[in-house]
Design a protein around this ligand. Structure first.
Ligand SMILES: [Zn+2]
Length: 284
C-alpha cells in the first residue's frame, strides 16, 4: 500500500474527489505484464492490485480486476496465454484498484463474485459493478477440473476481505490482507487492526506455500507469517500506549514500527493510525 495504487484505494475510502482521483490514477498508470506463478496460473502486475489468472479447461478464473481503465490491457495479457473466455471474476475486496473492472467483465458476460460486504461497500461508495453473486463465509467456483475457493476469514484491511485459494496449486491470493509495506486499515469500510492477526491465523489453516499479495512480488507462506507477527507487534505496542493513557495525538506520535520497516510518518497508510487508537481504546 506504499505504492500509489494504495493511494487510489484509500482516496476512494476517504472520499477524495473524482477529479483528484482521476489525476492520481493517470499519474500511476504503468504497463501491465503477466508472469507465470504456477502451472496455468499467472499474475498481471502493473497499475492497481495484482490480478490472478487461472486457465482451466473451458474457461478462465480471474481474481481481482484493477481499475476500469485497465480492462482492455488485462484482456490483452490474458489473450496472450489463452483463447478461452473469462468465466468468473472473484473480488478480494471492494477497493477500486481491485474491483474497478467489474462492470466491464459483467458486460462481457463473465460472472463476478464477492463477499456480501464487498457488494455493500461498492454500492455505498457509488462504485461501478457490485458483484451480483455474493457469499458470507465461502464460495467455490468450478471450471473444468479446476476449482477456486473464496474464503472470508475475518476482518483486517476491510470488513469484506476474502482470500482466494487454488487448492491444486497450493497458491492463495490474499488481496490487501497482505502487502509488502505498512498495512492500511480501512476503518470507513469495517477494517480492523486488532483483528487482523487472527484473520491471518485463520488463513494459515489453509494449505498453501505460495502467496500472491494485493500488490507487489509473489511471496511465501513464511513471508505471510512474518507479516502476521509484525501486525501483532504493532498492536501490542499500540495497546501498551493506550494502557499508559496517551491521547490520540500522542499515540500517533509515539507508535513506532520503523524497526519493522513500516513507515507511518505520512501518506495514506498513516491516515488509519488515529482510528487504530480509537479501536484499541474502545472508541470504535
Ligand atoms: Zn485495498
Amino acid at each position: 500500500m506504499r505504492a500509489k495504487a494504495g493511494i487510489i484505494a484509500i482516496a476512494a475510502a476517504v472520499g477524495i474527489g473524482a477529479a483528484a482521483l482521476t489525476a492520481l490514477t493517470q499519474q500511476q498508470a504503468q504497463p501491465l505484464t503477466a508472469e507465470e506463478v504456477a502451472d496455468g496460473l499467472y499474475i498481471i502486475v502493473g497499475s492497481g492490485g495484482n490480478v490472478a489468472v487461472r486457465v482451466a479447461g473451458g474457461g478462465v478464473i480471474v481474481v481481482d480486476d484493477k481499475f476500469e481503465q485497465n480492462y482492455d490491457e488485462i484482456m490483452e495479457r490474458i489473450g496472450e496465454v489463452t483463447d478461452l473466455p473469462v468465466r468468473y471474476v472473484i473480488n478480494t475486496h471492494h477497493h477500486g484498484d481491485h474491483s474497478g473492472g467489474n462492470a466491464r467483465f459483467l458486460a462481457a458476460d463473465a460472472q463476478v463474485i464477492g463477499h456480501e460486504n464487498v457488494r455493500a461497500n461498492i454500492i455505498r461508495g457509488n462504485q461501478a459493478g457490485p458483484p451480483p453473486v455474493v457469499f458470507s463465509e465461502s464460495a467455490t467456483v468450478h471450471v473444468g477440473d479446476v476449482r477456486a475457493e473464496a474464503h472470508h476469514l475475518g476482518r483486517g484491511h476491510t470488513n469484506g476481505d476474502s482470500v482466494i485459494l487454488f487448492p491444486d496449486l497450493g497458491v492463495v491470493h490474499m488481496g490487501d490482507l497482505f502487502v509488502g509495506a505498512a498495512p492500511f486499515m480501512d476503518y470507513g469500510n469495517g477494517g480492523s487492526g486488532a483483528e487482523w492477526a487472527q484473520t491471518i491465523d485463520n488463513v494459515l489453516e489453509l494449505e498453501f506455500e505460495t502467496v500472491i499479495p494485493g500488490h507487489g512480488a509473489v511471496m511465501t507462506r513464511a513471508d505471510l507469517m512474518a507479516f502476521r507477527d509484525n501486525i501483532e507487534t504493532m498492536i501490542e505496542r499500540g495497546r501498551t500506549l493506550v494502557s499508559e493513557g496517551v491521547s490520540q495525538d500522542e499515540f500517533v506520535e509515539q507508535l513506532d514500527v520503523s524497526d519493522i520497516g513500516w513507515d507511518y510518518s505520512g501518506g495514506f497508510a498513516a491516515s488509519s493510525i488515529p482510528n487504530l487508537y480509537d479501536e484499541l481504546s474502545g472508541g470504535e
